[in-house]
Design a protein around this ligand. Structure first.
Ligand code: GLU
Length: 216
């Protein structure tokens, strides 16, 4: 089915991540997108359709910075639209999340977050995740702690990659009941749902359920 991939290293991440994204195509998908960070700004592009068409239109490969995450979506909650494609962001547009899986209790979480002032821009189950992380950051948590606390609120399955402007150069990865693999190579670090999308990696680590990896 769908997939996630991220890369952080010492060269522009977008072309590398795009190449990895293409290797996830065989799994099937309906939408794709990418987010990156550079100099305190979060960049993102996403749409429904085929990766190559989206790249031709939006130039995914030109997203700046050495840290990027990307997604191929197989819609489970919400139609196949640009708004529902991943990445999904928090209200401040400083945190980006890509997610494989299903958040079973998303309606309840959405309601709680709405009451606390969060504005949702998609119909997906996934979008509660960046808003939950934002809530915990507001309370003073580090990004790592905020992701742990947010993940404890989720019922269902997830392979998650998170980047933020607060943590330049870092990708945080966590999983439950969906695969996530970390690869280390000379060019930098990868996190992906599918080992086939790794490029030039000398070492591969399969994350356990609940384990959080910080690629830096
Ligand atoms: N449940 C999420 C959505 O519908 C993620 C689906 C996926 O794993 O691609 O957007």
């Amino acid at each position: 089915m769908c997939g996630v991939i991220g890369f952080t290293g010492n060269e522009q991440a977008a072309p590398i991540v795009l190449q990895g994204l293409r290797k996830l195509e065989y799994r099937g998908y309906d939408s794709a997108g990418m987010a990156s960070t550079m100099n305190g700004t979060l960049y993102f592009k996403k749409d429904a359709g085929r990766i190559d068409d989206i790249d031709t239109r939006l130039k995914l490969c030109e997203l700046p910075g050495n840290t990027a995450i990307a997604h191929t979506r197989w819609a489970t909650h919400g139609g196949v639209t640009q708004e529902n494609a991943h990445p999904h962001l928090d209200c401040t547009k400083q945190i980006a999340v890509v997610h494989n899986g299903i958040v079973e209790n998303y309606q309840e979480l959405r309601q709680i977050l709405r009451v606390r002032g969060h504005v949702f821009t998609s119909e997906t189950d996934t979008e509660v995740i960046p808003h939950l992380i934002e809530e915990y950051l507001k309370e003073g948590s580090t990004l790592e702690a905020a992701i742990r606390l947010a993940s404890q609120r989720l019922k269902g399955s997830y392979a998650l990659l998170v980047i933020s402007v607060h943590t330049p150069g870092k990708i945080l990865a966590i999983r439950k009941d969906n695969p996530l693999v970390i690869g280390t190579g000379n060019r930098g670090f990868f996190a992906t749902s599918d080992i086939l999308s790794l490029q030039d990696c000398q070492k591969v680590v399969f994350l356990d359920d609940g384990e959080l990896a910080i690629l830096d």
